[in-house]
Design a protein. Structure first.
Length: 422
């Protein structure tokens, strides 16, 4: 619902909206420091309250007391699959198609290697191009370029700059279309089904990175007929800093899914300790080696919270929050050189909103000083993530009021030193 410009929104109206919000109770399932409006859940999700207890239990009881028995008794060994099954409904995947493991970069490498192998062993054997966007998250491009060079078979990564160029680049030489569904900088959301259809019509496979989509927007990988997908659990899924990522391989590709990181966890019988490699049946073959169990176990606390709602409800509130933020910024901060880079069109928008400002870094630091935590991405982009599980309408109001105050008073420091992470 767009706001009616003739009736200015008040803070009281935002508070009233929070009181009516069907997701209101979920906010109490998160630990957030008082006085903070946290708008960076797209980069590091907030901590579910239950996570502390779970961490205590994993470290003190499962590890401390039960020691190595916990691989069986606490289900450590099965965690990647169990968590994958719990995550699956959020992305339109089936049981036995997802594992939570490794990092997004590594999973992307495995999925891309598998996709190139599928093409090399089929009618697409002559195809040599991996198509992606120049604006993609750099690690995705680095991993693709690294793999392409490593293979020494003439593979190349083609970086496109516009939607028209993207459609044109999916041609008879394109082996894999590798895209991030929601752009990390702009919040632009691709039409996954349409692009996948286009890729298939031209003989290419489609690999999707869901880092900024999983837990943020409704996803249906099967309806879109995607070929492979990877994504993060430490962003919108609230798994904790550096929590393992996920990889999705649909049943139809599992038998022919092969990647080069053939560690013992992807073996059919890891404890046979056999000298020869034989891939596990099913999604297990997407694994590689021993996982960071403590971190992995905490992912479950984030996933559990999504079972108390639906992605449709999350999406409805996400759009309401981002609409409210855009409207309030544009109506109350006009004349302060802010430029909206996130699409206004709902279907093309993820769950974060980015504005450029010539002094974006300094303004963001001033916001953080005042308790409004977003982040900054080159060039000039201030990024604000909206996480419906714990962000309210009054939070949006307060964030914009502080932003306006900072801009009106010019209360930001242009001489600030930058930290390693912006
Ligand atoms: C956050 C993000 C990553 C992170 O990759 P890691 O290997 O977990 O560091 C990768 N790709 C995209 C598109 C991201 O947004």
């Amino acid at each position: 619902m767009r706001l009616d410009c003739s009736t200015p929104v008040t803070r009281d109206a935002c508070v009233a909206r929070d009181e009516r919000d069907p997701l209101r109770a979920l906010r109490d399932c998160f630990e957030l420091p008082p006085g903070v409006v946290y708008l960076d859940g797209n980069s590091l999700g907030a901590r579910p309250r239950a996570t502390l207890q779970r961490a205590q239990d994993v470290v003190a009881r499962e590890w401390g007391n039960d020691l190595i028995k916990s691989w069986n008794s606490a289900g450590w060994f099965d965690l990647p699959k169990r968590l994958g099954n719990r995550l699956a409904p959020l992305i339109g995947a089936l049981d036995g198609e997802v594992v939570v493991t490794d990092t997004t970069s590594l999973n992307l490498f495995k999925a891309l290697a598998a996709a190139l192998r599928l093409q090399a062993n089929g009618p697409g054997a002559a195809r040599r191009t991996i198509v992606t966007e120049r604006s993609n998250f750099p690690t995705d491009i680095y991993m693709a370029e690294g793999l392409a060079q490593w293979l020494e078979r003439g593979y190349r990564v083609r970086l496109v700059d516009s939607a028209e160029e993207l459609f044109g680049a999916i041609d008879a030489d394109c082996a894999v279309l590798m895209l991030t569904h929601v752009n990390y900088r702009t919040g632009y959301q691709h039409d996954m089904a349409q692009l996948t259809r286009h890729a298939h019509a031209h003989g290419a496979l489609a690999l999707w990175d869901l880092a900024h989509s999983a837990g943020a927007v409704p996803l249906d990988l099967h309806a879109a007929q995607a070929d492979f997908a990877v994504g993060c659990t430490y962003k919108y899924l609230n798994g904790g800093p550096g929590a393992p990522a996920f990889i999705w391989v649909p049943q139809r590709h599992q038998e022919r899914f092969a990647h080069p990181l053939t560690g013992w966890w992807s073996h059919a019988r890891p404890f046979a300790m056999a000298p020869g490699f034989a891939p596990a049946d099913g999604i297990g073959r997407a694994l590689c080696g021993t996982q960071p169990v403590v971190s992995l176990a905490l992912v479950e606390c984030g996933l559990e919270l999504f079972e108390q709602t639906s992605m449709a409800a999350v999406r409805e509130k996400s759009l309401a929050l981002t609409d409210l933020f855009i409207d309030l910024v544009e109506s109350t901060c006009a004349g302060h050189r802010l430029g909206l880079v996130t699409p206004r069109e709902h279907a093309r928008r993820g769950s974060h909103v980015s504005f450029t400002h010539p002094h974006g870094y300094a303004v963001m630091q001033a916001l953080i000083e005042r308790g409004v935590i977003g982040d900054y991405r080159e060039p000039e982009i201030m990024r604000f993530g909206f996480t419906p599980l714990y962000t309210g309408y009054a939070d949006v109001w307060d964030a914009v009021a502080i932003l306006r105050d900072i801009l009106e008073r010019g209360a930001y420091d242009l001489a600030l030193e930058r930290g390693a992470v912006t």
